[in-house]
Design a binder for this molecule. Structure first.
Ligand code: TXA
Ligand code: MG
Length: 368
């Protein structure tokens, strides 16, 4: 299949979509409405969209991604009024969260209505809904005139895509079109909160943080064990996607985490790199500039023969989240046989970053 690429001229997040760009989006929207698949930018990561009400479109999404069909899709809307028909009721907690965080990087899980086919929800009787704030995503969904089911636009098992180039790498020839609207601002996927039960539950951390949700609802959220550690054998996670390793780089990744902030992280990472070099492996380092500077002061560290990628900084975790998947993809293009990655404290956005890093590490974590 030939994949059409619609490159938008204006990537600006704050501006409305221009006329020329709207014409391209109209073509993409026609594809969606007609049952085809289109990758498009959102503020979190790129999504692989299809008509959420068309079971065949959802089947095609699973096939294009190589994704197990028990892993449900997030349904995207572009108007708060489009939520009602998709769900069987809207709890008070959801109203409050929607008021504060929609449109934006938050997904809520509701009991679904009869309108939504089981193919879209991976057989579940709940539905995940998101109202993205990206102007291109909003305009595309509006023009399509249907709710748009969209998982992250990557091949199953690869890091989520944050640029159109990543989508081309993974999905060219497998889907009808890709809308290039520039880089995704946030870089990690949306926060998922389940409001379908008696107590709201955080299923996946994202840019809308646990702290922000707790502040809005005036409650303390229970911890979902699937977020911070591997699940015990036989335990099913509430978000089916959390059971997959995901974001797996080609080389094994060892995560180094400080028990007390960043103390000892640089020294432990330097030691790991040295022992891997000695054993004849080509190691890579994924860290912040602060960590690298600290390592340079150590006798045990030399940059020679180490592949280095920097992601954000300790002082700017937003940037770390933004760079993370891109750097993991870059490392896949290198000779790296072993990756040492620096962790960060698990508060605020750190929880989202660490959730992705831990999964990339297949839970191989060294606490120092
Ligand atoms: O930021 C995002 O959320 C991106 C953009 C494109 O919107 N989408 C995204 O979708 O990350 P995906 O499919 O890669 O991740 C969706 C996650 C999966 O872990 C899935 O199991 C979970 O949401 N999920 C979907 N529907 C659910 C449901 N009804 N109940 C529990 N978890 C659900
Ligand atoms: Mg995904």
């Amino acid at each position: 299949m030939d994949t059409a690429i619609y490159r938008l001229d204006d990537y600006c997040l704050t501006d409305a979509v221009s006329e020329a760009d709207r014409e391209k989006l109209k073509k993409a929207a026609e594809i969606l409405a007609g049952g085809g698949l289109v990758a498009f930018p959102t503020e979190t990561v790129y999504g692989l969209g299809g008509n959420a009400l068309n079971p065949e479109s959802s089947r095609r999404i699973y096939a294009a991604k190589g994704r197990p069909s028990d892993n449900p899709l997030i349904v995207h809307i572009a108007d708060i009024g489009d939520l009602g028909p998709l769900v069987s009721n809207i709890p008070e907690s959801a109203r409050r969260l929607a008021e504060r965080f929609w449109p934006g990087p938050m997904t809520m899980v509701f009991k679904k209505s009869g309108l939504v086919p089981k193919e879209t929800t991976g057989g579940l009787d709940t539905i995940a809904v998101r109202f993205p704030v990206h102007p291109v995503a909003m305009e595309l969904i509006r023009l399509a005139g249907v709710p748009v089911a969209a998982p992250s636009a990557n091949l199953s098992g690869r890091p989520s895509t944050t640029t159109a180039e990543h989508c081309i790498e993974d999905l060219s020839g497998r889907i009808d079109a890709i809308v290039d609207g520039g880089g995704a601002e946030i870089g990690v996927e949306s926060t998922i909160i389940d409001v379908s039960g008696p107590v709201p539950q955080l299923l996946r951390p994202g840019a809308v943080t646990k702290e922000m949700i707790e502040d809005t609802l005036g409650i303390v959220l229970p911890e979902d064990p699937a977020i911070k550690g591997p699940l015990a054998p036989g335990v099913r996670p509430k978000a089916p996607g959390m059971k997959y390793r995901h974001y797996a780089p080609k080389a094994p990744l060892q995560l180094v985490v400080g028990r007390d902030g960043y103390t000892g992280v640089a020294a432990a990472a330097a030691e790991l790199l040295r022992s891997k070099l000695k054993a004849g492996f080509r190691p890579a380092l994924l860290c912040t500039p602060e960590c690298l500077e600290e390592m340079k002061t150590l006798d045990s560290f030399s940059e020679k023969d180490i592949i280095i990628r920097l992601a954000g900084s300790r002082a700017n975790r937003q940037q770390t989240a933004h760079d993370l998947f891109e750097m993991l993809r870059e490392l896949d293009e290198t000779e790296a046989e072993y990756i040492v990655a620096e962790g960060c404290p698990e508060d605020q956005l750190g929880q989202a970053i660490m959730n992705r890093l831990k999964k990339a590490a297949a839970w191989q974590i060294l606490y120092v």
